[in-house]
Ligand binder design. Structure first.
Ligand code: ADP
Ligand code: MG
Length: 617
C-alpha cells in the first residue's frame, strides 16, 4: 500500500467529527439526505458543464443515483454519475479545506433548542454527518475530466484520512459506508425508501434503490408539487432548510401560473425582519430556477425593493437554461415575471389583511416599515401599497387601522385625512396640535415612526382625500365652542400687552407671537409660517442629519388659559415672568420634539420652584 497517503483533518473538522461520532441525535437518518443532496449537486454541476462542453467522460450516461445495501455486512453504497472529483479536489473538499461552517456548527450545537440535524447541510459540512452512522467510509471518485484518474478517500472519523489510487471505470462518485451496529437499519431497503420519501423526494434526478428499476423519489421539486400533496411539515422543513431560520415562517405563498408565462412560486414571509444568527440567506433575493435547475441564488429582479424580505423560489418554464446571469436580467421576461410575482405577494397580503387581522398585525409590526419605505422610495407604487398600510390613531391607540377604516369613520363634513407626526405614540398624544381634534372627537393618524416622515413625501392623498398635518390644518371651530371660549378669553387690549412681553423675552428665536383659537388644554404651541419647510420635511432633514437648526416658528398662545391670565397679573418684566415665558417656549419645543437640549431646562425649573416657594413664604 505504498501509494496510500495520510492527511490530517483541519482542527475544527476534528472537533466536528468528534461531536458527530458521539452524538445522541435521534435523527441520524439525515446523513442519507446529506449524501443524496451532495450527489444531486454533483449531477447538477455535470449537467451544467455539458451544456457547453461535451468533452467529458461518459457524456451519454444517465444522470442518476443508485443505492445498494447489504444487510448482513451492514454496508450501504451510494453512487452517482455526477461531476466527480480529482485527487486534489477530494483532498480539499473532504478534509483539508478550512471550515468556518464547522466552527459555526460547533457553536450551534451548544443551543439546545436548535435541531441541528435539520440543517447540518446548511453549514457546508453535510458530508460529515455520515459519521453519525458509520464505522468507516470510503469515497471513490472519478472526475469528468477525461484524463483524470480514479481516487479513493477513506476515514473512520479519527484524526486523519487516507488517499489512494483506485479502480473506477465510470464517471462520478461512490460512497461506501460500513454502518455502526446501532445504525444497521440503514441497510434495509424499506427504510432507505422511507427516508428518501421523507427527505429527498424532490431531488431532481432519479434515485434507484437495490435492484429496482423504479425510481424511489418523485423527482419533482416541492414548488412543482400539487398543494394538496404537501403537508405543513414539508412546507416548513423546506423553509428551514433554505434559510436556517429555526422559527419557521410567518406565512407562505405557493402558486402556479400557466398564462401568460408558466411559473411556479413558493414564497415565504419570515417571522422576523431581522435574520437569525445562523441565517443561511446572506443576501436579499429569491432563488431563481429555470425548469428545476437553479440559475440564480439571489435574484433581486423578481420583487420590488419593498418586498425584499420575502424568501423563496421562483421557477420558470420560459427562461432559457444556458444563459448567464446578465442575459437573464436583460431578457424581456424578467419584468413580466416580476409583475406576476409581485402581484402574488400583494394579493396574498391583502387577503391576509382582510381575513385574519391578527396575523396581518404580526406581519405589519415586523414588515410595515418596508412598505412605508416603498412609498418613500418609489412613489409610483403608492397606490398599490396604500391598502396595506396600518396606523394607530388618537381615537384608536391600541388597534391598527387601515386608511379605509379611517375614511369610513370620518365625520360627515370632514374632507381631509389628518395626521400628526411626533417621536413616540405616547408623547404625541400630548401635543397641543391635537387639542382641537381631541375636543371635537376627530380622528388623527399618529405618525411616530421615523420612516413615516419619509413615507409622507410619497403619500399625499388617499382616494379623494388629501393628507393634512394637524399642525397646519385650517379647521373651522364650531360656533358653540367659539362662543363658549369667547367668554373666558383675556380681553384683547390686555392680550396684546402679553404678546409684547413674549416678543421681548423670546426675541429672534421666534418669527411671531399670536393668539390661537385652536388650543384648549395647552398654553401654547409652535406653528410654521406659510413659507417654511413642511414639518415632515423638517424631520426628514433632521433624520438625514442635514445641517439641522431649530427652525424659527410662530408661537401661538391660548387666550383662555389660566396660566396666561396669571402671567398677566405678574409684574411686567419681572424675573418670574421672564422665566415662565422661557419655559412656555421650551415646553412647546419639547412637545414638538424639536428641543435641541432638553436637560438645559432643569436649572430653570429649579429656579422657578425656588421662586414659587419663596413667594408663598
Ligand atoms: P456542501 O455540500 O455544503 O459543500 P458537504 O460537506 O456536504 O458540504 O460536501 C463538501 C464538498 O464535497 C462538496 O462541496 C463537494 O465539492 C464535495 N462532494 C461531496 N459529495 C460529492 C459527490 N457525491 N460528488 C462530487 N463532489 C462531492
Ligand atoms: Mg452537502
Amino acid at each position: 500500500m505504498s501509494d496510500t497517503q495520510s492527511f490530517n483533518f483541519k482542527a475544527e473538522t476534528k472537533q466536528l467529527l468528534n461531536i458527530l461520532i458521539h452524538s445522541l441525535y435521534k435523527d441520524k437518518e439525515v446523513f442519507l439526505r446529506e449524501l443524496l443532496s451532495n450527489a444531486s449537486d454533483a449531477l447538477n454541476r455535470i449537467h451544467f458543464e455539458m451544456l457547453t462542453n461535451q468533452n467529458v467522460l461518459d457524456p451519454e450516461v444517465e444522470l442518476n443515483i443508485r443505492i445498494t445495501a447489504n444487510k448482513d455486512e451492514r454496508m450501504l453504497t451510494i453512487q452517482d454519475t455526477g461531476i466527480g472529483m480529482t485527487k486534489d479536489e477530494i483532498i480539499e473538499n473532504l478534509g483539508t479545506i478550512a471550515q468556518s461552517g464547522a466552527r459555526n456548527f460547533i457553536e450551534a450545537t451548544k443551543d439546545k433548542d436548535v435541531d441541528i440535524t435539520q440543517v447540518i447541510g446548511q453549514f457546508g459540512v453535510g458530508f460529515y454527518s455520515v459519521f453519525m452512522a458509520a464505522d468507516w467510509v470510503r469515497v471513490t471518485s472519478r472526475s469528468h475530466k477525461p484524463r483524470a484518474k480514479a481516487v479513493s478517500w477513506y476515514a473512520t472519523g479519527e484524526d486523519n484520512f487516507e488517499i489512494s489510487a483506485a479502480e473506477m471505470k465510470e464517471r462520478g462518485t461512490k460512497i461506501e459506508i460500513k454502518l455502526k451496529e446501532d445504525a444497521a437499519e440503514f441497510a434495509e431497503e424499506y427504510r432507505i425508501n422511507a427516508i428518501i420519501k421523507k427527505h429527498s423526494d424532490y431531488i431532481g434526478f432519479p434515485i434507484y434503490v437495490g435492484e429496482s428499476e423504479e425510481q424511489a423519489n418523485k423527482q419533482t421539486s416541492l414548488w412543482r408539487t400539487a398543494r394538496n400533496e404537501i403537508t405543513d411539515e414539508q412546507y416548513k422543513d423546506f423553509y428551514t432548510q433554505m434559510t436556517m431560520e429555526f422559527e419557521g415562517p410567518q406565512h407562505r405563498i405557493h402558486a402556479v401560473t400557466d398564462a401568460p408565462v408558466q411559473l411556479f412560486t413558493l414564497l415565504y414571509i419570515p417571522n422576523k425582519a431581522e435574520r437569525g444568527m445562523f441565517s443561511q440567506r446572506k443576501e436579499d433575493g429569491l432563488k431563481l430556477y429555470s425548469r428545476n435547475i437553479l440559475i440564480d441564488e439571489y435574484n433581486r429582479d423578481l420583487l420590488p425593493e419593498y418586498l425584499r424580505f420575502v424568501q423563496g423560489v421562483v421557477d420558470s418554464e420560459d427562461l432559457p437554461l444556458n444563459v448567464s446571469r446578465e442575459t437573464v436580467q436583460s431578457s424581456g421576461l424578467m419584468p413580466r415575471l416580476k409583475k406576476i410575482v409581485t402581484g402574488q405577494v400583494m394579493r396574498e397580503l391583502e387577503t391576509l389583511a382582510r381575513k385574519d387581522a391578527e396575523k396581518y398585525t404580526a406581519f405589519w409590526e415586523e414588515f410595515g416599515i418596508f412598505l412605508k419605505q416603498g412609498i418613500a422610495a418609489e412613489p409610483t407604487e403608492t397606490e398599490k401599497v396604500q391598502p396595506l398600510l396600518r396606523f394607530k390613531t388618537n381615537l384608536n391607540t391600541e388597534i391598527w387601522s387601515s386608511l379605509d377604516d379611517y375614511v369610513e369613520r370620518m365625520k360627515e363634513e370632514q374632507k381631509e385625512i389628518y395626521y400628526i407626526i411626533g417621536d413616540d405614540p405616547v408623547s404625541v398624544l400630548r401635543s397641543p396640535h391635537l387639542d382641537y381634534f381631541q375636543s371635537e372627537g376627530t380622528e388623527v393618524l399618529l405618525l411616530t415612526d421615523p420612516m413615516d416622515s419619509f413615507m409622507l413625501v410619497g403619500l399625499r392623498k388617499f382616494k379623494e382625500y388629501e393628507l393634512k398635518n394637524v399642525a397646519q390644518a385650517d379647521v373651522e371651530t364650531s360656533e358653540a365652542s367659539e362662543k363658549e371660549s369667547e367668554a373666558e378669553k383675556i380681553p384683547e387690549d390686555e392680550f396684546s400687552t402679553l404678546l409684547e412681553q413674549f416678543k421681548e423675552t423670546l426675541g429672534e428665536r421666534i418669527t411671531d407671537v399670536r393668539a390661537s383659537n385652536r388650543l384648549s388644554q395647552s398654553v401654547a404651541r409652535l406653528v410654521d409660517s406659510e413659507d417654511s419647510l413642511e414639518p415632515e420635511m423638517q424631520r426628514v432633514y433632521r433624520y438625514l442629519g442635514k445641517d439641522y437648526e431649530v427652525p424659527k416658528k410662530i408661537l401661538e398662545l391660548n387666550p383662555s388659559h389660566l396660566i396666561l391670565k396669571r402671567l398677566l397679573a405678574e409684574n411686567a418684566g419681572s424675573d418670574l415672568q421672564k422665566e415662565i415665558i422661557e419655559q412656555i417656549y421650551d415646553s412647546a419645543l419639547l412637545v414638538e420634539g424639536l428641543h435641541p437640549d432638553p436637560s438645559s431646562m432643569a436649572p430653570r425649573i429649579q429656579k422657578l420652584m425656588e421662586m414659587l416657594l419663596s413667594k408663598d413664604a
